[in-house]
Design a binder for this molecule. Sequence first.
Ligand code: UD1
Ligand code: CA
Length: 453
Amino acid sequence: MSNRYAVILAAGKGTRMKSKLYKVLHPVMGKPMVQHVTDQLNSLQLDKLITIVGHGAEDVKAQLGDASEYALQEEQLGTGHAVLQAETFLQDKEGVTVVLSGDTPLITGNTIQALLDHHEQQGASATVLTAKALDPAGYGRVIRSDVGEVLRIVEHKDANAEELLVDEINTGTYCFDNKLLFQALHNVSNDNAQGEYYLPDVLELLKKDNKLVTAYQTPDFDETMGVNDRVALSQAERIMKRRINEHHMRNGVTIIDPDSTYISTDAVIEPDVTILPNTMILGKTKIKEDAVIGPNSELKDVSIGSRSVVKQSVAHDSAIGNDVNVGPFAHIRPQAQLGDKVKIGNFVEVKKAVIADGSKVSHLSYVGDAEVGKDVNIGCGTITVNYDGKNKHLTKIEDNAFIGCNTNLIAPVTVGKGALVAAGSTITKDVPADALSIARARQENKDSYFKNK
Ligand code: UD1
Ligand code: CA
């Protein structure tokens, strides 16, 4: 196997997106398009990855970080000019260079590998990944000779009526002999409809030089889709969603309504999990077997234990144990840690709080900046009063404590083991273990008040 390099084109503005956000940073299933391309390349053994940046260079670099090196294309003079910016990194190197667009988020490592294999088996100087498109409008068309040799690629805007009828398109992914690529790029001209230096023109130049130029046609057009506008973005989202959902279903996950289920590429879901409609499972969420999620729920970067149930609820950046019940209508905010067999009921908000095994917060409560022990019962309408307008303070509720309904716990404060706080209390001082604390005005009944008035 020869050395392998890759160049991702990501310098364009993406005018057709009509967006403040640079095109390749638009997310598909929550992940920027250029990140999808980079992640797929990760499965190949590459010796170097160069991303061409221009518009939004700093943002693209911040997104990809150390996963790539970067070459700056100051002016966007076309895809050929873009690749040329990687010359200082690659020009003397022996090997194969794969070129991809940052706007083809659906491309897979498998297909890139198949393209590379084809290129190497053929001993080609250049191989272009092509596909048959139902609607080839906007794509470069692959022009072949009578015997099927690839002659050149003609851009949609430069194509004549006959060429426009060709339905085999350039997907924008290629393999090149690295040295020949950079030699040829210097000879590309911008004499065309868009006044740009086109990368695909390299194919024709190599062909004229009697080098072998081949095409590898993938049967899956969807995978090669280039996203130039928001319509294509929504199509990419739909295809990616379906692909991810099918992967999980084949793995043993029940997804009741795949059309309304959104699962990020980085989520890990065990077999026998059930996902109910209108549910988004985002980021690096992990869900263990027999859990039931949804309907109408959003999880982001959450771990969920076995047999837990999350219904009609939102949870972010949190850890949820086994056999936990969340919802309906609960909000689990960052840094919540729920132990096993915890119950979080309707209209409960939990933030930056540890709630240990077996504890229950069943209704209408706020538990923030708190450490709650095991088997604690927090009554309806309890509030950890954590914020004094300047700082956040900690509430501790120790094992087996019982907090009566409608209690304010003014932090910093501790309720000791087994203590009972009477309903309606406003607790400002620590409650010792096993104590009963009542902190509310005594009730006074005025007999026959209305009669005597
Ligand atoms: C390109 C191909 C077309 C192919 C299609 C596949 C050319 C001339 N045309 O067209 O044959 O069918 O992709 O999706 O290559 N970019 C830069 N610098 C530039 C110009 C573009 O970095 O100066 C980047 C863009 O950010 C984008 C990629 O190159 O990620 C492709 O550019 P784009 O303008 O989308 O090309 P298409 O018109 O789609
Ligand atoms: Ca494109």
